[in-house]
Structure formats: C-alpha cells, structure tokens
Design a protein around this ligand. Structure first.
Ligand code: ADP
Length: 385
C-alpha cells in the first residue's frame, strides 16, 4: 500500500457533506468509497477491505461510536477516524478511548485532515511491515529449529554405524598378521584415518547441537597454558613437516596458569592450527606464539600463518556455522591438504569454547599475505569462580 492506494470509507448521513469529503479525499489522492449511514457502512466494511474509515459520530439508526465498536471488534486493523461537532467533543474523546485513531471537528480543516491522514497511512504501513517482519522472523526461527533438529538427528544416526565400523576396523588391525601384504596394511591405515576424520565431523556436529541447547558441561581445571601449547605443538609438527611448512613455537613472557576445560581448549586451538596448516601452501610458515603481558590479566595465543588470507568482508562470517570462504564442493577430503576439507564448524565451535572461558578470538588477515588468529584468555588470578 502506498499513500495513493490507501482505501478510505466515508460514513456520513448528510449527502452534500459526504460528497464534499469524497471530493476532498480524492483530491488528496486516496481511493475513496462512501456509505450514507452506519448500517450500510458496516456492510461495506464486512464485504470489502479498507485501510481507514471516517465516520460521523452523530447519525440516526447507528451512531459513530457503535460503528467504531463493531469495526474494532471484527477488523481491528482498520483505523477509524471520527468526525464530530464541538458540542459533542466528549463523544470524540470517548471514541479515542475505545480505539479511534483521531478525530476531526466540524467544519473540518483541510490542512489538518491532510496531515492526519498522511500520518495514519504511515502508521498503517509501519504496522504492516512490522507484521511482515514478525512473519519472516517466525519462519527463520522455525528453519533454525529444523536445522538444529537435523544436526541432532544426523549426529545421533551416524554415531551407531560409525561405532560398528570402528569396532571392526580395530578388530582387523588387531588380527592382521605381522607379515601382511603392504597394500593391505596401507588400505587399513587409510580406512582408519578416514574413520578418524569422520569421528571428528561427528564430534563437531555433537558439539554444535550441544552448545545450541546450552548444555555446557565443562570440566575446568587449573593448568599452565604453555604446557598445553607445547603438547599441541609436539602432536602437530609432523603434519606441518609433511607439507613442508616451517612451523615454530615461541614464548614471550612468563608461563601463567589458566582455569579451563583442557580438552575443549586443546581442540579449539588445534582447529586454529589445522586451519593455518590447511590454508598455507607448501614452503610457507606458521608460528604459534604464547604471549603474557605484565599486568597478569590476560594471556594471548597467536597463530600467525603466511597463507591465503581472508577478505575483510568475510572475516566475521567465518565464525558462522557451516560458512566457508572457498567453494567447498571442490576441496579435497583430507584436513591436512592445502585447501583441504572441512565442514565449516571449526571456528564456530572454537569461538564458542573460547567465549565461554571469558575469552575472545580476534582475526586479522590480508588476502595472499596471511592471517593472525589471536586467542585472548583470562589468567587464573583474574578469573572469578
Ligand atoms: P573449515 O576449516 O572446516 O572449513 P572453519 O570454521 O574452521 O571451517 O573455517 C571457516 C572458513 O574460514 C574456512 O573454510 C576458510 O574459508 C576460512 N579460514 C579459516 N581459517 C583460515 C586461515 N587461517 N586462512 C584462510 N582462511 C581461513
């Protein structure tokens, strides 16, 4: 509805007055209809749609207050403006109390009418837009619930066959004779590695649904972050070596204790390093830096890579579930390959974990130059528990 096609119904028993209103509103550009009394007005309102009804208050048969009550009961979204003489101003006030948008006093002032109608049309438009937004919001909420349900079901349904498969692979591994065919051993190793990747995906899906339902079951302990980083470094350096990437770990500042869920923090930091590995080409460089400043409040873990970088307009989006900057259809499945596979959940989960430790992840990046992911965590002595 724009200002021009707002539909107005005029209910007025005096013919010449009614005609003059019609001319006036048509002149203002509205689509106008009329009724000579309240009863006929109500029939028209019932059978047709109007945005605004202008009704005289003083009419035989059915007065304007009655008209207003019926409209507000049956079609509350129609705005009603009442017209009254000065002598019956208290009726206009009564009308306002039961839901009239405004009132005009006779003889009506053209300029005033024009302004009030325009305001009324604006408020109808705003209300309609609001209702539309509410509808869209409801749909989005439903879709989101559906997504959560899908993730939870998928996660649950995949777990069982995967457990069976893993059991049999372990069994084969256990009973494979020492002098087995090299190709057979290799095939088993590939199967086991692929299985591990699938387990990671399932774990990610599980963590996502777990978080979405707000069940944060952390087991927090006090530990030295430097020790955790050293473990991660030791575990992952072989992956960087196999891709010919120079991987370094350095300490800037004294080791401090933090309070947190070691397992979850480890997984989050590994995700960031796994990304640094994935998005850095052969012969590149990745630095894992621990930094503690002297104020004793926060510790910083920086993961600096010389990889492909992230365009600035995508730097917030990468934390959204399932978001990937590159077209995921073309990537390889191995998580360690250059531009290798993933499902776009690593950063979402890492961010959730870090934030629920009262920390944050900051990303700085430049395409073709590299990225810096900084994890900020509070030190033990500044943690409230
Ligand atoms: P995944 O790595 O499984 O695709 P993530 O949530 O870990 O999912 O990352 C989302 C996306 O952010 C990645 O697909 C990639 O496009 C981008 N990204 C993350 N880390 C880096 C990085 N170090 N360098 C370049 N792009 C990155």
């Amino acid at each position: 509805m724009d200002d021009k096609n707002a539909r107005i119904l005029v209910i007025e028993d005096e013919d010449d007055v009614r005609e003059s209103y019609l001319d006036m509103f048509e002149f203002f550009g509205y689509e106008v209809d009329s009724a000579p009394n309240g009863r006929e007005g109500i029939v028209k309102v019932t059978n047709s749609d109007y945005d605004i009804v202008l009704t005289d208050l003083n009419m035989p048969e059915m007065d304007g207050i009655e008209v207003l009550k019926i409209i507000k009961k049956n079609k509350p979204y129609i705005e009603v403006i009442v017209i009254t003489g000065y002598a019956t101003l208290e009726n206009a006030i009564k009308a306002m109390k039961i839901g009239a948008y405004d009132y005009f006093t006779k003889p009506i002032d053209l300029e005033h009418v024009k302004i009030v109608l325009a305001k009324c049309v604006q408020s109808i438009k705003a209300r309609k837009e609001n209702e539309e937004l509410k509808g869209i919001n409801k749909k989005l909420t439903e879709l989101n619930e559906l997504k959560d349900k899908f993730i939870t079901i998928t996660n649950h349904e995949l777990r069982t066959p995967l457990t069976v498969l893993k059991g049999y692979l372990d069994l084969i591994d256990m009973f494979l004779p020492e002098n087995s065919d090299k190709d057979l051993v290799e095939a088993l190793d590939i199967s086991k590695e692929t299985m591990r990747e699938m387990v990671t995906i399932i774990e990610h899906l599980h963590d996502l649904s777990f978080f979405d339902y707000g069940k944060k079951n952390y087991s927090k302990t006090e530990f030295l972050l430097t020790e955790l980083l050293q473990t991660i470094f030791n575990e992952m350096k072989v992956l960087f070596k196999s891709r010919n990437i120079n991987f370094n770990f350095s300490l800037e500042g004294a080791p401090v204790k933090i309070l947190g869920d070691q397992e979850r923090l480890k997984r989050s930091l590994r995700e960031l390093l796994q990304n640094a590995l994935k998005f850095t080409s052969e012969n590149g460089e990745v630095n894992l830096i621990y930094a503690a400043n002297n104020n004793g409040k926060n510790v910083f873990v920086k993961i600096v890579d010389s990889g492909i970088g992230i365009p600035s307009d995508k730097q917030e989006l990468i934390f959204e579930p399932f978001y990937e900057v590159q077209n995921s259809i073309h990537h390889t499945t191995s998580k360690s390959d250059f531009m290798g596979g993933g499902i776009g959940l690593g950063l979402t989960l890492a961010k959730q974990v870090i934030e629920s430790h009262d920390g944050q992840i900051i990303v700085e990046s430049e395409p073709q130059k590299g990225s810096i992911f900084t994890v900020v965590l509070p030190c033990r002595n500044s943690v409230r528990n």
